[in-house]
Design a protein around this ligand. Structure first.
Ligand SMILES: [Cu+2]
Length: 633
């Protein structure tokens, strides 16, 4: 069973435990001793099953079982033991008046403890803390005392006193972080990942605004100038349907930016009327930090009437994209994005960039919301550059030809095999380049197996036939595709720092307000500690997804080398990615060399998750920012 399935089964078993314990208590209260006894037996069995699911989760990774093993299961175990001891004999031999009130109270309290096991991971999640445990214990205890009062009259003073004491202890633990001088209040706002602490006094160092790109092209390169003006508009899709959009230069996607390796790209961004402001972030492109377009960190957002000039060398060949990073959840969804393609030499054959986006519920390739059909002569070399500009993954299938997946996130794969009849799952923000020679029969690219849309390449003048049903094609395992090759570091390297990011849901502060957040190590932006690194260090990051949602993880300014997924090392081509999908229950280990000094966003590229807290910063020691606030996601 996968970890994701175990997480779901554990939640189901926990729900059943709460239902059976509460049911037994209610049946006892209604003097249905036999029903209560049957439910008690079921409750004990389900409680034991919970021990099994929690143990299995702990085997998959301590992160998945921590609060169950340390708190919610012991709580349920203790309450269940009391309930069996008190209620068991009374249900086996009920008097003429039925089960005693004590039995009812004990069974219902076990039910509250079981319910806490369900509510705790959904509302609080990782990591388990004393404060949360004491607060939960107080709620369960108080519910038990109230039940006692209702069912059996005045509860003994010691029970009330015990609950009050636990509650006060919880309150004390909760206040500790805001009591000046307490150890919790002094807790570092930096995660050093086991490496040395900062060597710079606060406020001293290099301003991120000084870390700008070069102003001249490389040898033989030229300057490529673009001006992008963001404004509200209406765009027309290929079907004739109009949708409201925010667009660069009135077009969605924005103007394609292309360059040859060594060119200098210079883009002037202007904002006509996007009230919340805009920026340009070069997704996957390792630009100098002041060119990265992270509002509140590397620049202020460009307000209506404002301007910002971005300059960077086109040193990285491959398929990338750009988008606003200001209120990016809304801005990118509304259309503030475009493609960035850098080639080593002028392209030959058909080189087609295919950005995929969802507008008002309709999947659009470029501007096509109906099949995009193109005539291609047989024998033509074809390269399709797929870009997922949405916040959720898409599945691509290519029917009618064998092909190779030649590049992932802009980096070429080593010795990619020929593929037929497979599904390619592309993370939000990710890119795949597919290459093949045009056959003398039609080729169809489908997105999410939808034969009513996609791209059709047709030789000659024939009409494209209806493409095959691709829904059953298996998904390609990227970690086993292509052939191994040398990498500058690997799983066995000595890492200078190792970070762990546990992704979950729970109540947390996000930008100063309590939210039902998407959390990193139990916190929401900007309360997630910055990760501190020094230039030249080798960094390993473990990303754990404890939640029920997929999180496409994206670090700015660096490509990461995938070391392993769920403990299994990569056996195919080395995988350098800037956005990798961490699905529920998955654990990814990735590594990178800290070779781009700056301050960098490190976040979930499901942009609504980012807006709900799933963001932190990677900070190079000694780099400072003059900007405060702004919206990170
Ligand atoms: Cu996410």
């Amino acid at each position: 069973m996968s970890t994701a399935q175990l997480i779901a089964v554990d939640l189901l078993v926990t729900l059943l435990a709460a239902a059976t314990w509460l049911g037994a208590g209610v049946a006892a209260g209604l003097r249905r001793a036999r029903v209560a006894l049957a439910l008690l037996v079921a409750a004990v069995a389900v409680t034991l099953a919970r021990v099994g699911t929690a143990a299995a989760l702990a085997v998959d990774g301590w992160w998945f079982a921590q609060e169950k093993v340390t708190f919610t299961l012991p709580l349920l175990g203790a309450a269940a033991l009391v309930a069996v001891t008190v209620a068991g004999p009374r249900l086996l031999r009920p008097g003429s008046a039925g089960p005693s009130p004590a039995a009812v109270v004990a069974l219902l309290t076990a039910g509250y403890a079981a319910a806490a096991g369900l509510v705790y991971p959904l509302l609080i999640g990782y990591p388990a803390t004393w404060r949360d445990a004491l607060a939960t214990l107080t709620v369960v205890g108080a519910a038990g005392v109230v039940t006692w009062r209702v069912v059996a009259g005045r509860p003994p003073v010691w029970t009330v006193a015990a609950v009050a004491a636990v509650g006060l202890a919880g309150l004390g633990t909760g206040l500790a972080p805001i009591v000046p001088g307490s150890p919790a209040a002094e807790a570092a706002d930096l995660d050093t990942g086991g490496g040395p602490a900062t060597g710079h006094p606060a406020g001293h160092g290099t301003a991120v605004t000084d870390l700008r790109g070069p102003t001249t092209p490389g040898p033989g390169g030229q300057v490529r100038r673009f001006t992008l003006t963001a404004r509200q508009t209406t765009i027309t899709l290929s079907s004739g349907r109009s949708v409201r959009a925010w667009a660069y230069n009135g077009q969605v996607p924005g103007p394609p930016i292309t360059a040859t390796k060594g060119d200098l790209i210079e883009v002037t961004l202007r904002n006509a009327d996007i009230e919340r402001g805009v920026t340009l972030h070069w997704h996957g492109y390792d630009v100098p930090p002041a060119e990265d377009g992270a509002p509140g960190l590397t620049q202020d957002a460009v307000r209506p009437g404002g301007e910002y000039v971005y300059r960077f060398r086109a040193d990285q060949v491959g398929t990338y994209w750009y988008h606003t990073h200001q209120v990016s959840d809304r801005g990118v969804r509304m259309g503030l994005y475009g493609t960035l393609v850098v080639t080593a030499a002028p392209a030959s054959g058909l080189d087609l960039t295919v950005p995929v986006h969802t507008f008002s519920g309709r999947l659009v390739l470029g501007t096509h919301d109906q099949p995009d059909t193109r005539r291609v002569a047989p024998g033509t070399p074809v390269r399709l550059r797929l870009v997922n500009t949405d916040s959720t993954p898409h599945r691509f299938t290519l029917a009618g030809t064998a092909y190779r997946l030649v590049a992932v996130d802009g980096t070429d794969l080593n010795a990619p095999d020929e593929l037929t009849e497979v599904g390619l799952r592309l993370a939000a923000g990710g890119r795949y380049d597919l290459a093949f020679t045009m056959p003398d029969a039609p080729v169809a690219l489908l997105v999410d197996d939808d034969s009513g849309g996609g791209l059709r390449l047709v030789p000659g003048s024939s009409e494209p036939p209806q493409p095959a049903d691709t829904g059953r094609w298996p998904e390609l395992d990227l970690t086993a595709y292509g052939a191994p090759a040398a990498t500058p570091f690997g799983p066995d390297s000595d890492f200078d720092r190792s970070f762990t990011l546990v992704l979950d849901r729970g109540i947390a502060m996000v930008e100063g307000a309590p939210r039902y957040a998407h959390t990193v190590n139990g916190r929401g932006f900007p309360s997630v500690p910055d990760q501190l690194v020094r230039t030249g260090e080798l960094i390993r990051t473990t990303v754990v997804n404890r939640s029920l949602a997929t999180h496409p993880w994206h670090l700015h300014g660096h490509r990461v080398l995938i070391l392993s997924r769920n403990g299994k090392p990569v056996t195919g081509s080395p995988l350098w990615m800037d956005t990798f999908d961490v699905r529920p229950g998955e654990v990814w280990q990735v590594a990178f060399r800290a070779d781009n000094p700056g301050l960098w966003m490190n976040h979930c590229h499901n942009l609504s998750h980012a807006a709900q807290g799933m963001v932190l910063h990677l900070a190079y020691d000694g780099v400072t920012t003059p900007f405060h606030g702004g919206h990170g996601g």
